[in-house]
Design a protein around this ligand. Structure first.
Ligand code: NAD
Length: 479
């Protein structure tokens, strides 16, 4: 069957439970026939996915501009180029990642051979969010294909133009019996979640993450949750403040702050804040000019709901830089707030927009306490020149990832697993971590029948056998 025949939210008949059941049964049938398992099929799909991105870069950039006002260059770097790099890295290493891994056997199993085999999971559901609609749908898709699975992709209805582009393009390049795209929102996702999948990979907010986990529990389906939260940034007095300011501004205002790993807020002493603040303002001006509204490199807020939420977080009395809002264009100026404490409204939830609060702390101990008193973040950033401070952050804080003197960029290192911890998520992907997520590590033990070394553990246990068992297995011997 092909995915071009079922309903999208642009067609009169909606995609409901019956269509979801047919779709998943079709994908399961394809998987059961073994179509997706050969390395050659996986490589073919990955190359086709890469070709789709290269052939249709302009079209995808247009869709991203409609959804998020992203510049073509930003889309090329953070969406299309990012995904192509991930595919290239996977194609380079897939064969070796899939090679069975020999592991040692205990003395009680002489002549035996033990190996770990990576087997595909079956049918995978990928549920993507709106903020990087191409990258966050296609990078998990690439991982699931590399793992040898059939895949159903559900892009976000919030980034409608990108979702529609993906639903048109993917079937034209990929194996239509194994890869399906479902456009739609809550009803369509709910219909899909009622089906049994072999893995669900969800990216988005934690409230829906709980809905996904609950639905998965009914089928005992394993789940990866790529969630968000407030990612703190600590700047100490040894940091190069000019570099810190430019990098924080880049990390915060890329995609108009709608990045799951954007620096959410800055922690620093009053002296550091006073030094940093003019440099932040200067970096904003350098990057986006005097009027960021007219900069082709500055994005827009995804919809009116998020615009209203964000403009409500800007307390005019605390604005140190920016603060301008234009509801008609869903434009929010790059904004820095000073004099913010942990009790302020802007510090209650993930900001997910171009508003950067500066929070004064007494020093490193207070900064670490501030971080540890709150949810474990998806990312934590530290600007310092001091190795002891870096080591303290590595040991004394917990976060999905840690960036020292650079935000966001840890995502672009394909060998670093990317994922959250605690409320910021469970599981990880990118590079080899995607293979670990999208395959099952099957332990295989092979024992020759002759000589029968297993006879050692057969009763009756007496005489030489008893002494041998004591010699080989006694807890005292193991010490
Ligand atoms: P969203 O609104 O697009 O929702 C994500 C997906 O969930 C969509 O496909 C949507 O259709 C589906 N969905 C929404 N409500 C649902 C429901 N009730 N039942 C079933 N499915 C439902 O995106 P969002 O949640 O606003 O995304 C922003 C959040 O995602 C932020 O918290 C951000 O930090 C996080 N995020 C995390 C990562 C990461 O890699 N860890 C990346 C991007 C975004």
């Amino acid at each position: 069957m092909t995915d071009t025949t079922f309903e999208t939210d642009r067609t009169p008949t909606r995609f409901g439970p019956a269509q979801a059941a047919v779709l998943v049964a079709g994908a399961r049938g394809t998987y059961a026939r073994g179509v997706t398992k050969p390395l050659a099929w996986r490589e073919r799909q990955l190359r086709a996915l890469r070709r789709m991105l290269v052939d249709n870069g302009d079209l995808l950039c247009e869709a991203l501009a409609v959804d998020l006002g992203k510049s073509a260059t930003e889309s090329m770097i953070t969406e299309i180029g990012f995904t192509v790099n991930e595919i290239d890295h996977t194609l380079r290493h897939l064969r070796s990642w899939l090679r069975p891994e020999r592991v040692p056997v205990p003395v009680t199993l002489p002549f035996a051979k033990a190996r770990v085999i990576r087997e595909p999971l079956g049918v995978v559901l990928v549920i993507a969010p709106w903020n990087y609609p191409v990258q966050l749908a296609l990078t998990p898709l690439a991982g699931a294909l590399a793992g040898g699975n059939a895949v159903v992709v559900k892009p976000s209805e919030v980034s409608r133009a990108s979702a529609h582009a993906l639903s048109q393009l993917l079937p034209a390049y990929l194996d239509q019996d194994a890869v399906h795209v479902v456009e739609g929102g809550v009803p369509e996702t709910t219909a899909l979640l009622a089906q049994r999948f072999d893995h669900i990979f969800y990216t988005g907010n934690g409230a829906v993450g709980r809905v996904v986990l609950e639905a998965a529990a009914k089928h005992l389906t394993p789940v990866t949750l790529e969630l968000g939260g407030k990612s703190p940034t600590y700047v100490d007095d040894t940091a190069d403040l000019e570099a810190a300011a430019r990098r924080i501004v880049w990390g915060k205002f890329t995609n108009a702050g709608q990045t799951c790993v954007a620096p959410d807020y800055v922690l620093a002493t009053r002296e550091v804040i006073d030094g940093l603040l003019p440099l932040l303002t200067q970096a904003i001006g350098d990057f986006f000019g005097d009027d960021p509204a007219s900069s082709p490199d500055y994005g827009r807020i995804i919809n009116d709901r998020h615009f209203d939420r964000l403009s409500n977080l800007i307390d005019p009395a605390r604005v140190a830089s920016g603060g301008g809002c234009d509801a008609r264009n869903r434009y929010i100026e790059p904004t820095v707030l000073d004099g913010i404490t942990g009790d302020d409204l802007v510090m209650q939830d993930e900001i997910f927009g171009p508003v950067l609060p500066l929070v004064e702390v007494a020093g490193i101990d207070a900064a670490i306490d501030f971080i540890n008193e709150r949810d474990q973040p998806l990312a934590l950033y530290l600007f310092t020149d001091d190795a002891a401070t870096r080591r303290r952050f590595e040991r004394e804080t917990s976060s999905g990832g840690l960036g020292v003197n650079i935000p966001l960029a840890h995502l672009s290192v394909p060998d670093l697993p990317f994922g959250g911890v605690g409320p910021s998520g469970m599981g990880a992907y990118h590079g080899r971590a995607s293979i670990e997520t999208f395959t099952h590590a099957k332990g295989v033990l092979r024992q020759p029948t002759r000589p029968d070394s297993t006879a050692l553990v057969y009763p009756p246990f007496a005489g030489v056998k008893q002494r041998l068992v004591q010699l080989l297995l006694s807890p005292r011997r193991r010490r």
